[in-house]
Design a protein around this ligand. Sequence first.
Ligand SMILES: Nc1nc2c(c(=O)[nH]1)N[C@H]1C(S)=C(S)[C@@H](COP(=O)(O)O)O[C@H]1N2
Ligand SMILES: [Mo]
Length: 315
Amino acid sequence: MKTQNKIPSWEITSETVYMNRRKFLREAGLVTAGGVAAMALPGQLMAGDGELKTVPGPFSTDEAPNSWEDITTYNNFYEFGTGKDDPHKNARDFVTRPWSVRISGECDKPGDYDFEDIIAPHTLEDRVYRHRCVEAWSMVVPWVGFPLGDLLKRFGPNSDAKFVRFKTLKDPEQMPGQRRPVLQWPYVEGLTIAEAMHPLTLMVVGVYGKTLPNQNGAPLRLITPWKYGFKGIKSIVEIEFTNRQPGTSWEIANPREYGFYANVNPEVDHPRWSQARERRIGAGIFDEKQPTLMFNGYAEEVAELYAGLDLRKNY
Ligand SMILES: Nc1nc2c(c(=O)[nH]1)N[C@H]1C(S)=C(S)[C@@H](COP(=O)(O)O)O[C@H]1N2
Ligand SMILES: [Mo]
């Protein structure tokens, strides 16, 4: 599992630098117990080495983050192959600048926006979230991003904006996995507008204080921490406001196994395996699996979104 020697030195450095910075901020009293930002800097990409200007964001877990190596070499990104090892090998030359995001549907300001304009007004936050795949493994990832809701509000969604639909780039030239019909391409995902506006829901542009590696969904991906990993659509090129519940890639591929909501629910087994426990990547093959938590441990924050909804039927 451990393949330390194939990791370039700058990658190891980004993890060490990040951990030292967190430690410094904590010792300097700049991160409060809840992880809430005690200072504000303009969120902005810095030119050159991919270093991001960030502030500590809310909601971060105290669990130890996975290594840069785990996060960037054990991936699901079917556009670059179905093996965990494929994305970091096959996405190396993926071109993510310039990058344009289309905003469409039920809003006042639809249009094509350059990636830099998408992120410019936002303060980039460090948020360490639990990341739970439906395949029963998990990681802890120090994401860099900003609340999706803050972005969506800029486009003036109207009263017909009941759902938000996301779309990944379709480019079989660059994405070899799209040359085979493993999934319907482009990859699509969706959230209810309430889920999209929830302060935990993050537009992610980085990890460990660096710009997002291609295999993790550069330049822009979604993270909805209380849902299964597959809701975290990568390399987003379109965000659409719609009044109808959108189809999503995994639901379209296999509706018996994957629903629209995809909330982590240890009490409901996946048709082919138990959901009660999970394997923490990097913990070692002999370590016991840990219990899976309802809503991936974020029940206190999000359970109210589903009041009155049968979570067995709405999986
Ligand atoms: N476009 C796209 N987004 C995707 C996927 C994919 O295959 N294509 N896989 C999903 C799944 S199943 C998971 S578990 C997460 C993995 O994110 P990570 O590789 O950054 O850990 O990405 C999700 N987003
Ligand atoms: Mo996943």
